[in-house]
Design a protein around this ligand. Structure first.
Ligand SMILES: C[S@@+](CC[C@H](N)C(=O)[O-])C[C@H]1O[C@@H](n2cnc3c(N)ncnc32)[C@H](O)[C@@H]1O
Length: 219
């Protein structure tokens, strides 16, 4: 794979700012993916998108991948790289996931959403900024409505309190059940680490991971 240009962007944007309150126009998915009727993996807050690029490369052509990201220049660059590699099962979309998720999911083929990842979301440490965190009750409810029964949500963070808050929000929704005994997962079950995950592990710091399953079928 060809190396990416490292484009410079603001480190954080405030998702509650007025300019991020407009829902995105839903793309014509038939034009986005070469094969629309196959499982979809959604990565919320995909950053530069390297995780999805590698996942889409590994799992072509049988899975589609969609990355949502609020920093537009990262999305532009990620789609440029996707095109360079000729991947037709991958798309990145600029949007505020807290505003646009429901309308996006409602336009995708029913039953396609099979896996969701939320990895190293911005922690927003100050108490008065906690509402800027991406895993809000409405986002959990929207995922519950569109994820297939048996579908999974994979969560990870390098901030234990943030990982715990994400888990508490999924656990308090009746559609989700946490896998395992409630301990953090020792390993990432996915074959590709994210950029933030690699950086965290290089520093020798812990990562807090959990998987939730959408109830409805036996796994
Ligand atoms: C710390 S980065 C982690 C990126 C990547 N998931 C990783 O693990 O390397 C969190 C990403 O979520 C994006 N983000 C934060 N709030 C968002 C929102 N409401 N909608 C979409 N993306 C958001 C940020 O712009 C940032 O790129």
């Amino acid at each position: 794979m060809r190396l990416r240009r490292k484009i410079r962007v603001r480190q954080h944007v405030n998702p509650l700012a007025q300019k991020y309150q407009n829902p995105v126009d839903c793309p014509d998915w038939e034009k986005v993916y070469a094969k629309l009727d196959q499982p979809l993996h959604l990565d919320i807050g995909c950053g530069r998108g390297k995780f999805l690029l590698e996942m889409a490369w590994l799992h072509q052509p049988n899975w589609n991948f969609l990355g949502l990201e609020i920093r537009a220049p990262l999305v532009e660059e990620a789609n440029r790289l996707r095109d360079e590699l000729g991947l037709t099962n991958l798309h990145y979309l600029f949007c505020n996931a807290n505003i646009s998720l429901r309308s996006l999911l409602s336009t995708l083929p029913a039953g396609s959403l099979q896996r969701v990842t939320i990895q190293f979301p911005d922690p927003w440490f100050k108490k008065r900024h906690a509402k800027r965190r991406i895993v809000q009750p409405q986002l959990v409810a929207d995922l519950a409505d569109y994820l297939v029964p048996g579908g999974i949500i994979f969560l990870q963070s390098d901030v234990e309190s943030v990982a715990k808050e994400m888990c508490d929000r999924f656990a308090s929704h009746p559609s989700f059940r946490r896998q395992g005994t409630g301990e953090w997962l020792a390993e990432n079950p996915l074959p590709v680490p994210t950029e933030r995950e690699i950086a965290t592990q290089k520093k020798g710091k812990p990562v807090y991971r959990a998987i939730f399953t959408k109830v409805g079928v036996e796994n």
